[in-house]
Design a protein around this ligand. Structure first.
Ligand SMILES: [Zn+2]
Length: 296
C-alpha cells in the first residue's frame, strides 16, 4: 500500500480523514478516504500502488472491459452504452472542432469506432490487455497501453476521459501530459462521479460511485473548478449524465442488500434515479457530471 502525505491534486499537507468505505465489488476490504482542506478533493489513502491495483480489477463483472452480454446488469449496461455513444458523439460534434480525438480509457473501443465511421481520426489508450486487444481489432491498431506510447508532438482537437481520471495514479503528471496532447482551444471532455449527488447521499457508504480502491479520487464540482484554474482550462459546461444515476443506484442497491441484482433492486434504483435527476435539475449535482473544458 502507498500512503500519500500530500494531496494528489494541490500538494497540500492539510487533509483529514473523511470516511471509511468497503470495496463492495471485489475484495470487501475497507479503505479510508481523506479530504483535502484546501482543494476539497477526497482521495483514497492509503491506496494500492500501480503494481498492486491490477488485482482489484480482476473480477468477471468489470463491465467496461467486456463486449458480450452476460447477466442482467451487464445487459442493461450494454444497452445504455449504445445510447450513450450516440449522445456523446452528438455532444462532441456540436463543438464544431477539427476531427481528431483521443479517448483515454477507451475500453473495448466502442465509442471510437463510432467516431471512426463518421470520418474522425481516432486514437485510444487502454491499459487493460484484453479490452485493448478488442479495441485494436476495431481501430486499425490505433490503441496504446499508455500516453507515453504516443509521440510527444501529437496533438488532438478533443480528448475524452469518461470515468477515467479517478483511476489514474500520478494525477498531476497525467493532467500535464493530457494537456500537452491537446491543441490550443481544444476540448477535454471529463465525466466524473459526483459524491454530492442525491443518490450518493442516499446510499452513503454503499454508494457505487465510491468504488474504492479503483477510484483513487472523488471529485466534487468545486474541486473540478480548482483543477481547471490550475491547468489553465476553462469550464464551458457541466452536463447531466442521466443514466448514471440509475446505474449507480442499481449497483448501490446490490451492495446495500448484499445480493445479486434482482427485480426489486431495479424498481428501487429506478425510483432513486428519477429522484436524483430531478433534484439535480436545480442543484446541478447529478450522479455523474460531464464537464466540457477548453484549453486557454
Ligand atoms: Zn488538495
Amino acid at each position: 500500500m502507498e500512503r500519500l502525505t500530500k494531496c494528489p491534486l494541490c500538494k497540500s499537507g492539510h487533509f483529514l480523514n473523511y470516511s471509511s468505505i468497503k470495496d463492495w465489488a471485489v475484495t470487501q476490504e475497507d479503505f479510508i478516504l481523506c479530504k483535502c482542506q484546501d482543494c476539497q478533493l477526497i482521495f483514497t489513502n492509503p491506496r494500492p500502488d500501480e503494481k498492486q491495483i491490477g488485482t482489484y480489477y480482476e473480477f468477471p463483472e468489470y463491465y467496461s472491459h467486456q463486449d458480450e452480454s452476460k447477466g442482467l446488469v451487464q445487459k442493461i449496461y450494454n444497452q445504455v452504452r449504445k445510447i450513450n455513444i450516440s449522445k456523446k458523439y452528438h455532444l462532441i460534434h456540436k463543438l464544431n472542432t477539427g476531427k481528431s480525438i483521443l479517448d483515454i480509457g477507451c475500453g473495448t473501443g466502442e465509442l471510437l469506432n463510432f467516431f471512426k465511421a463518421k470520418g474522425w481520426q481516432v486514437v485510444g489508450i487502454e491499459p487493460n490487455k484484453k479490452a485493448r486487444r478488442l479495441a485494436k481489432e476495431k481501430l486499425d491498431d490505433n490503441v496504446f497501453k499508455n500516453l507515453k506510447k504516443i509521440p510527444e508532438k501529437e496533438q488532438y482537437d478533443v480528448i475524452t476521459l469518461f470515468h477515467v481520471l479517478e483511476h489514474i495514479h500520478g494525477l498531476r503528471k497525467a493532467l500535464k501530459n493530457i494537456i500537452n496532447h491537446l491543441k490550443s482551444n481544444g476540448y477535454i471532455i471529463l465525466a466524473l462521479p459526483n459524491h454530492q449527488s442525491s443518490d450518493a447521499k442516499k446510499y452513503a457508504e454503499f454508494w457505487a460511485g465510491w468504488d474504492v480502491p479503483r477510484h483513487l479520487y472523488h471529485f466534487g464540482p468545486e474541486t473540478v473548478d480548482y483543477l481547471a484554474k490550475q491547468y489553465e482550462l476553462e469550464i464551458l459546461e457541466q452536463k447531466s449524465m442521466v443514466f448514471d444515476s440509475y446505474y449507480a443506484s442499481l449497483l448501490s442497491e446490490k451492495y446495500q442488500n448484499k445480493s445479486a441484482a434482482n427485480f426489486n433492486h431495479l424498481v428501487q434504483a429506478f425510483i432513486s434515479g428519477v429522484k436524483s435527476n430531478k433534484q439535480a435539475k436545480t442543484t446541478g449535482n447529478y450522479s455523474s457530471i460531464l464537464y466540457i473544458l477548453r484549453k486557454k
